[in-house]
Design a protein around this ligand. Sequence first.
Ligand code: WQD
Length: 345
Amino acid sequence: MLVTGGAGFIGSHLCVELLDHGYEVIVVDDYSNSTPQVLPRVERIAGRFVGAVYELDIRDRRALSAVFDRHAVDAVVHCAGLKAVGPSTRMPVEYYDTNVGGLTALLRSMHDHGVHQLVYSSTCSIYGDAGRGPLDEDTPAQPTNPYAASKWLGEQILADVCLRRHEYAVLCLRYFNPVGAHPSGLLGEDPAGDPDNLMPYVAQVAIGRQERLRVFGGDYPTGDGTAVRDYLHVMDAVEAHRIALDHFADAPGMRVYNLGVGRGRSVLEVVAAFSEASGRTIPYDIVPRRPGDVAELVADASAVAFDWGWRPRRDLADVCRDAWRFQQVNPHGYAGAARRPTQKH
Ligand code: WQD
C-alpha cells in the first residue's frame, strides 16, 4: 500500500492503522507540513516497520515513478496535499499546483505502472455554503475557496478517468473535520508554523504556546453565532480508510462517501469541550469572519454506514482528551525527536 502524505496528520495515523492490520506500507512525503520524526513514532506504536519512506514532492513524476519501479504497489491512498481554507485564499496557485498537479502526477505514475486502485482524500469544503442541516453526497458542489475548489477539480478528474477507463476503482472520501490524536500521545496534529485549523490552535493555547484564540466570526446564523463543523476523530477517519480498501471491488468506477459524525459543534462548543478536557481556560476574542469560511458543514454519513457497515465510534470529548494528551506529551510538537534518515533519489 502506498500512502502519499504518510508523515502528515491523517497519513501518519493511517499508517498505524494499516500496519496494525498487517498491511505493507510505503510512504512518500515532502515534509512541508510534517517532519521525519513522525514515522519512527508510527513504527513504535505499531511495533512494525514502514516498508520504505521517500522524501519527495508529489508533483515530481520522475521521483514518484522510481517508487513504483521499486515496490509492487497494489493500491494508493492519496493524502498528500495542502489543506487549509484560510491560506488557500492567499495562495491559490500553490493550492491548485499541489492538489491538482500532484494528483495528475500520481495518476500518471499509477497508469504507467498498472496501478488502478485509489482512495482519494477529498473534503466537505466542496459543499460550500450549502446551508443548515446534514449534507449528503448528492449535495451540489459549490466551493468557496481555492482549497475546496482544488479538491473538487480532483474529484472531477477522477470521475472522468473512471468513466473512460474501466480498470480504475476510486473511493473518494469527503472528510468533514478530522481532529484529535492517537490515544498513545505519540501522534497528533502538529502543523508547521502557527496552526490554521481550530483544534491544534486551541490545544496550543491550552498548553501556553499561543496566547489567545481568534474566533473567526460571531455573527453566523447558528446557535451561538460561531461557525459549526462536524468534528471526526482522526482514528475513526483512518479506520474508514482501511475499511475502504476492502471495497474497491464492490462496483467499478468512482464512489463518493462523506466521512463525518453527523453532529455539528460550534467553535465555542469546541472551546468549552477542550477546556473541560484540559482543565485549562482558553482565552479568546471574537474577530471578523475568515474569507472562504461558511456557517455550517455537517455530514449525512448514512451512505458509508449503509454500504460498509461503518460508523464513527468516538465523540468530541474523546477528541479533546486525545488531542490534549498529545499536546501535553509534546508541548513543542514533534521538534527535537531523533531524525530518521530517509531514502533519497
Ligand atoms: C473550523 C472552524 C473556522 C481556526 C478543515 C480543513 C479541511 C477539511 C475540512 C479535510 C471554522 C474556525 C479556525 C481559528 C477559528 N478537512 N476557526 N479560529 O476550515 O472547517 O476546514 O476541515 O480535508 O482540510 O481545513 O477547519 O479547523 O480551519 O476551522 O475560529 O484559529 O473554526 O473559522 O469555522 P475548516 P478549521
